[in-house]
Write a protein that binds this ligand. Structure first.
Ligand code: C5P
Length: 227
């Protein structure tokens, strides 16, 4: 399809969500948080007692998943609904992240969600954030970014977020969870986490969010993507 798509892939905690949303706002484009689809599926499957290795049941659940996105909330970000009920905070826990990663490794789940993700593409532009946006979902995107940061830095950022929310957190445990999820995402057989061949690599370890956003916008302008 058209090239009015920017993909931002990379491991969890590298800042993809914040950067993608800011880039989408600046350009006036739509935003797809593909991780939210896997998170909602993990939540819905857990609530229904579907085992994370029950491929046919997970695929059926993915095919009829009643997920929708609401308007941005200044505190919560993009609001996520399951069958019309707010799940924005429920899907952001570490447990929900792990569940997402487990259901995301199931090939039939990825096939069931593929077209649904492609349907987010708009003539007016889309910024898509995930693990395989540039490799599988939008292979013709006009700009593909692979955003990384060291596991230590990602754990530090997550720690700060949790403490700011008033939650308990242990930085070493967080880093271990982050590394375990990276491994699970990188080693799965379908659409593993890896940069697309023509992706631009950005390491955000010592960059601020604003610096990363500016770098992405400059690349978009270079490619003639921004209007
Ligand atoms: O990006 P986020 O942390 O919300 O993603 C949660 C999980 O969903 C990831 O760890 C990954 O396993 C899965 N995911 C995926 N493909 C995507 C987006 C997310 O496999 N495009």
């Amino acid at each position: 399809m058209s090239g009015a798509v920017i993909t931002i892939d990379g491991p969890g905690g590298a800042g993809k969500g914040t950067v993608s949303l800011a880039v989408a706002h600046q350009l006036g484009w739509d935003y797809l948080d593909s991780g939210a689809l896997y998170r909602v599926l993990g939540l819905s499957a857990s609530r229904k007692g579907i085992a994370f290795d029950d491929e046919p049941a997970l695929a059926a659940e993915a095919a009829q998943l009643g997920v929708s996105f609401g308007a941005d909330d200044p505190n919560l970000g993009v609001r996520v609904l399951l069958n019309g009920a707010e799940v924005t905070q429920d899907i952001r826990t570490e447990t929900a992240g792990k569940a997402a990663s487990q259901v995301a490794a199931v090939p039939a789940v990825r096939s069931a969600l593929l077209q649904r993700q492609r349907d987010f593409e708009q003539p007016s532009g889309l910024v898509a954030d995930g693990r395989d946006m540039g490799t599988t979902v939008f292979p013709d995107a006009g700009l593909k970014i692979f955003l990384t940061a060291s596991a230590e830095e990602r754990a530090k950022r997550r720690y700060k977020q949790l403490i700011a929310k008033g939650d308990d957190a242990n930085i070493r445990a967080l880093q271990q969870e982050i590394e375990a999820r990276d491994r699970m995402d990188s080693e799965r057989s379908v659409s593993p986490l890896r940069p697309a061949e023509n992706a631009v690599m950005l390491d955000s370890t010592s960059m601020s969010i604003d610096e990363v956003v500016s770098a992405v916008l400059a690349l978009a302008t270079e490619r003639g993507l921004s209007v």
